[in-house]
Design a protein around this ligand. Structure first.
Ligand code: MG
Length: 256
């Protein structure tokens, strides 16, 4: 599958959707409190998406190689769960939990993808550093986008920063093109070498999403086919923006 250059009309729809998605996730992340179940978070996400006039992109989506469709609107991944945690009536948010909220929006038939990680209640200094480093690594990766830049430049910047801070960078999952579908080419890994990979061209829209760990960066899928956890049980963080490549650089589309 070739990389898709979006038309100005498509970009405008993605821009509108990205802003709405960011507003939803910002609102939702302020509502997450100790004692709430991840099922309740999902219900609230579904409600906010419905009110926006869009639809939840992950609900009913079946990734390549997976047998069952994703059963919820949002992914809620707690502590050692890195990504794709499935909301559950029996899963309660506890004090000090590190919670990743990952939501895809389909709006005017175009897709955007966005994730944030929040600390619920007081969290350890290391936990705070984990979250901050992941957020900063995403911004540093995005700042690599300029005329002539390549996909490897993003991964290299993310990896260098995360490893300098002595956190682990997850390698088995990556960012991706987004827009006409929730997952498109190119593959955007969070590690790599400068000057390698696909050239970033104006009109491309990509989701960049570093996932980092407190310990070993190795991850494994649980039997539910979705939840990805660290093999050593260490905590993790995840941030994601949908980003447009422009003539002069970039535009982050998932800002409120
Ligand atoms: Mg994504």
């Amino acid at each position: 599958m070739a990389v898709i250059i979006k038309t100005p009309e498509e970009i405008q729809k993605i821009r509108e959707g990205g802003k709405i998605l960011a507003q939803i996730l910002e609102k939702l992340s302020r509502e997450v409190v100790v004692g709430m179940t991840t099922y309740e978070i999902d219900n609230r996400a579904a409600e906010l998406v419905r009110a926006s006039g869009g639809t939840a992109a992950f609900l009913g989506y079946t990734p390549h190689g997976v047998k069952t469709a994703y059963p919820a609107s949002i992914c809620v991944s707690i502590n050692d769960e890195v990504v794709h945690g499935i909301p559950d009536k029996n899963r309660v948010i506890n004090t000090g939990d590190i919670v990743s909220l990952d939501l895809g929006l389909k709006y005017k038939n175009m897709f955007t993808d966005h994730a944030v990680t929040i600390a619920v209640g007081p969290v350890s200094k290391t936990g705070r550093e984990l979250i901050d480093t992941c957020r900063e690594s995403l911004l540093l990766g995005i700042e690599e986008i300029k005329p002539g830049a390549r996909v490897g430049d993003i991964g290299n910047a993310v990896q260098a920063f995360v490893e300098k801070r002595k956190f682990g960078i997850v390698r088995g999952l990556a960012g991706h093109g987004v827009g006409r579908a929730i997952h498109e080419d190119p593959y955007v890994p969070n590690y790599g070498r400068k000057g390698t990979g696909e050239y970033l061209r104006p009109g491309m829209v990509i989701a960049i999403e570093p996932m980092i760990t407190l310990g070993n960066p190795d991850v494994v899928f649980l039997d539910d086919e979705y939840t990805v956890v660290t093999t050593d049980g260490s905590k993790s963080a995840h941030f994601e923006h949908t980003v447009l490549i422009t003539e002069t650089g970039y535009e982050i589309l998932t800002l409120p």
